[in-house]
Design a binder for this molecule. Sequence first.
Ligand code: GLY
Ligand code: MN
Ligand code: MN
Length: 427
Amino acid sequence: MRMMGADSVAILPSAQIQIRNRDAEYPFRQDSDFYYLTGFNEPEAVLVLIPGRRYAQTIMFCRERDPEMEQWIGPRAGQDGAVNEFLLDDAFPIADLGDILPGLLEDKERIYYTMGKSADFDHQLLEWLNTIKERVRTGVHAPAELIALEPLTHDLRLYKSPSEVRTMRRAAKISARAHIRAMEECQPGISEAHLEAEILYEFRVQGAQATAYTPIVGGGENACILHYTENSQPLKDGDLVLIDAGCELHNYASDITRTFPVNGTFTPAQKAIYEIVLKAQLAAIRQVKPGNHWNHPHNAAVRTITKGLIEIGIIKSTLSKALREESYKRFFMHRTGHWLGMDVHDVGEYKVDKHWRLLEPGMVLTVEPGIYIPTGAKGVAKKWWGIGVRIEDDVLVTKNGNEVLSKDAPKSVDEIESTMAAAWEYV
Ligand code: GLY
Ligand code: MN
Ligand code: MN
């Protein structure tokens, strides 16, 4: 509210229930900004912020208590709950929104509201504004400016508080535990779906509410399809499997990728590619520290991958020429990371005034370089075909450098091979 200034109102609707098919619903997921500001996890709610108001600066419109409905679909906070449990200054039934909200907008200069998320609500708000305008002759003043709320909330969300960091650390721990489970359970002949199930099992058993995104479990060639989510094929002896999976805990994401051999032992070719990606990832993580900017980790990853691919003869060029020509892009075609928070590809600007953003304590980002060599890759020796490797960790910027939140997931060749071997020792 300090960022908004006086004479303004912010309006933030909750997420809505989404239909999956016919009358079956997707699990409800609250709007991240709404949850960030309220912790309130119900649909059909609207938060209104009125800075500087004498009475009730924070107001919630939400569903009324309804014993019959609550028996069918679960408890509601109601207006008393919104005030007493969620500490809003005041609360009204959502059904009264149209009667009360226009009055709260009168005589304000600016409305903070993000257009384009809900066509229905956009339309409704414009109608309310028009009714206020129609009444200017009675002396009321209609707000002149409609400004997106997101730049304010998204900048706040970029800097994680200690309690947010605790939740994200726990989310990363659960996901790391799930990746270990997948390594332990893996053996030739089981399916990608089987490993996906092991991952999901661990998420739920450890208390995570959901996955932060659809898990990717790609064996062999499938690891080269960046957003492979069919996860349906058998895992073959001698192949690698790439798993990109992270849980969501109390609406905070984790995002981990590990790549490991289906039979527990890397072949020399797999190991050569893996070591390049690992070296690039570690070099990139070293660049995550206050004062460096957003692109420092990416530059480090690009340089290390280019150098590595030249050394093993996949890129036939000099380092400076290959970097100039971006020869790596054929094998490493995505960015090295993204902000991480309540959304897996979290909010926050990557550039400020056209310059890469400086890293500051409290920011969390992923570091996830990869090398992908599809079968048939022209001009690349056959022994490299079908190898896809990505290694992804979640990294918090700290005062003196960084903390890898997902450090519990085995990452070196030795760690992975011994984790997998130990699981079968007594069988
Ligand atoms: N799993 C999505 C990503 O790594 O960005
Ligand atoms: Mn990922
Ligand atoms: Mn990611």
